[in-house]
Each structure stands twice: as C-alpha cells, then as structure tokens.
Design a protein around this ligand. Structure first.
Ligand code: HGY
Ligand code: MN
Ligand code: MN
Length: 403
C-alpha cells in the first residue's frame, strides 16, 4: 500500500482554508460554525471521490463508509478550538482519507473514515463521539450550552438537512486515530512517531459564585461579596490542597472566566468559570473533585456567597489495544528505526469514546515546540508524511484482521 504524500498534503492545506484565521496556519472552525459545516461538505465530496459513502450522523459527525463489511475505521475530528491549529484533528482525518485511497488502489484492506463533531468541546467534552459511544443521549447533548449560552440543539439544527441515523459500530474491526502530539517530547527528541499506550481521563464542569453586585468606590472591602475575590481564593486553596494528591503528570485548568457585569467600577456579583482536570488514574480524578467541591463550598460560606455547579462531564482513562498497537509499533520501527517511542496521551481524543465499541489505538507525530490549541501549532511536512507512512504500514499489517 503506497500512500501519496503530495495528495495528502494538498488536501491537508485545502482543509485549513476553511476558517483560516489569517495568522500563520491557524484556523477558527468551531463545531457547527459556517466554516465547520463547509469543511464537512468538502470532506463529504472527497469521501465520495475516494469510493466511500459519505454519511452524517445526527450529531453531524461525518463518516466515509467503505462499501465492504469489516472495514477498519480511521479518523479524528475537523472542528477546532476557538483559536485552533491547522493540524489538531484535521491531520487524522486527512491521513485516514489518504490511507483509504491507497488501500483501495492496492486492492485492500477495506478502510472507512470519520470526522467526529465537536471533539473540541464547544458544548462539552468530545461531544460527537461521546454521543456515538452511548455515554450521552442525543437529548441530553441537545441541552448542553456553549459559553455564549447557545444550545447544542440550536447549533446542530444548521446541519439538519444532511444528518441521518447513527452508524452501526459493528461494521468496523477497530479504530486508529493519528494525531499531533500537542506536547514537546517527540519534537525535543527529534523522533518521528509516538505509539500511544493510554489516554488520560478528564473531568470538566462550570462553577459559579453568586455574590453581591455593588459600587466599586463606596463599598468597603470588608462589606463586599466579591465573586472574583472568591474565585481567586478558591484557586489558591486548591493549588495548595492538591499538593499531596497529584503527580507531575496531573493537570488542572481554569480556562474560561466570566465576571458579571464585567465592568471596571462594579464589584462583580457573579463569577462563572470552567474547572477542568485530567489524570491517568480515575481515583485521583475523584479525590480532586472532592477537594474542588469542598473548597468552593467553604470559600462561599466564609464569604457569605452562594455557589452552584453545572453538569460535570468526564471520561475515564483508557488503555490502547495491544494488537493495534503492535502493528503501529512494527510499522514505526520499519519507517523510522529507533526514532519513535511509546507514550501516554495527556490530550483527550475521540478514541477514548470509540473504545466503548471497538479496539482502538493512536499514533502521534511531533508538534514543533510542543505548541497546540494556538495558531502557531505546526509540524514539519516531512514528519507528517512519515506519520502517514507509519499509519499506512500499520493498517497494511492488520489486513482485515479483527483486533
Ligand atoms: O483538550 C483536548 O485534550 C483535546 O485537544 N480537545
Ligand atoms: Mn484533537
Ligand atoms: Mn484539540
């Protein structure tokens, strides 16, 4: 099976034209945006040209279905973060398309392709594949809102003309997702590929402190119910209290903060913020949740505020399938002898959800300076082409085997 690197790179560059940010190679292509929907329509055309049946599921995840039974499913996502890189997700979708074409030209094995919807969690956490996994019903997903308060139901209505039923996962033998590492390790070591061992678990929720809006000049500090002060105290306290629970691999992020009314001369009466944490150990994620809730309750009580919690979304850590991994490891050794490694994934991926239905594996390519979720995200094209070769070699080794 001989993938065509030029065809692959040309499609990858064409995909980044949908929602191009104009800064470097960055993209702005959030789930259900005009750019996302247009990119999916373009992908559907590409799938058709490749002999795959384009099929949107009710969430807007787009499949390119092999006409043959027992195909291996390859893919990732084509939606982006609010400020995204050109490769996060897109690489895995276009690499999958190229391997599907090369496999067809070589007479097999059968390959299907998928671009999941809202992996970047505009509405939640890997929402499209979470619904396909059955962990979240379509009705529950429809009630999720983005940070502007738009519901997923409203957003996905823009795709209602093209969406059909959910795809039956039993038509696939397994799933492999190629993705940029989004971290520094392969790049720093000058290695070409990372075969993933396991993907971390995640917890994500919105928390709101409810205080008292008041005049910033006439309200003495000791009489304030200032929700930003509460958030600031909460953040300092969890950093302290996490110390004897976390490891150097554990991460936690307050990435979104909304103060109301968000004005210079008004003591903020409300602070809503995202609280996200990740680790490879489900028990540790649970202990961190206890500390988060206890600390927020305590800060609110001491300061005379109220605190409310949005729905908590989460995924458990998941190990990659050994048979799929071995095929990728053999291929990596053949393509880049001694210049690859096995490694965990600190980023979340659709593969976590697909693992509910079938064996999964992941393959990483280096990220320049380890940058991702930023317009500066990039990878040398030679590394992209080598990653494609490793993926194709892994699929060829699997043949039509059921993992
Ligand atoms: O956040 C993540 O890990 C993924 O890139 N959405
Ligand atoms: Mn991604
Ligand atoms: Mn991402």
């Amino acid at each position: 099976m001989k993938p065509n690197p030029d065809r692959f790179l040309s499609d990858l560059h064409e995909l980044r034209s949908f929602g191009a940010s104009g800064v470097g190679k960055g993209v702005i292509r959030p789930a259900y945006s005009e750019a996302d929907i247009a990119a999916r329509a373009w992908l559907a055309g590409k799938f058709e040209e490749a002999g795959l049946e384009p099929h949107y599921d009710p969430m807007g995840s787009l499949f390119g279905l092999s006409p043959e039974p027992n195909s291996i499913l390859l893919g990732s996502h084509s939606d982006s973060q609010p400020e995204g890189g050109w490769l996060d997700g897109a690489l895995g979708v276009i690499a999958a398309l190229e391997v599907a074409r090369a496999a067809r030209e070589a007479g097999g094995p059968p390959v299907s392709v998928v671009s999941f919807q809202d992996e970047e969690g505009r509405f939640g956490v890997t929402t499209g594949s979470t619904v396909w996994s059955g962990r979240l019903s379509l009705e529950e997903a429809d009630q999720l809102t983005d940070s502007a308060g738009i519901t997923l139901a409203h957003a996905r209505a823009a795709m209602s003309e093209v969406t059909g039923d959910f795809v039956d996962p039993s038509r696939f033998t397994g799933f492999i997702e190629m993705h940029i590492e989004q971290g520094p390790w392969l790049w720093e070591a000058g290695e070409a590929a990372g075969v993933v061992t396991d993907i971390v678990g995640i917890r994500d929720m919105r928390i709101t402190f409810h205080g008292e809006q008041n005049h910033a000049g006439t309200t003495p500090m000791h009489r304030r119910k200032d929700t930003f002060q509460a958030l600031s105290e909460f953040n300092a306290a969890i950093n302290e209290r996490f110390r004897n629970v976390v490891t150097p691999q554990t991460v936690w992020t307050i990435g979104h903060v909304k103060l109301h009314p968000d004005a210079h001369s008004i003591v903020p009466g409300q602070a809503t913020f995202s609280m996200q944490w990740r680790d490879g150990d489900a028990d540790r994620l649970g202990r961190m949740e206890e500390i988060i809730r206890e600390t927020a309750d305590e800060v609110a009580k001491v300061r005379g505020l109220e605190v409310s919690y949005g729905p908590m979304l989460g995924l458990e850590p998941v190990a990659m399938n050994q048979m799929l991994r071995s095929a990728l490891e053999e291929s990596a050794q053949a393509v880049a002898p001694g210049a690859w490694r096995t490694m965990p994934s600190g980023a979340l991926h659709d593969a976590t959800n697909v693992a509910v239905h079938m064996p999964v594996a992941m393959l990483f390519t280096p990220s320049i300076n380890g940058i991702s979720h930023a317009f500066e995200e990039d990878t040398d094209e030679a590394d992209l082409a080598r990653g494609l070769e490793v993926l194709a070699g892994g699929v060829a080794r699997l043949g039509g085997a059921k993992a």
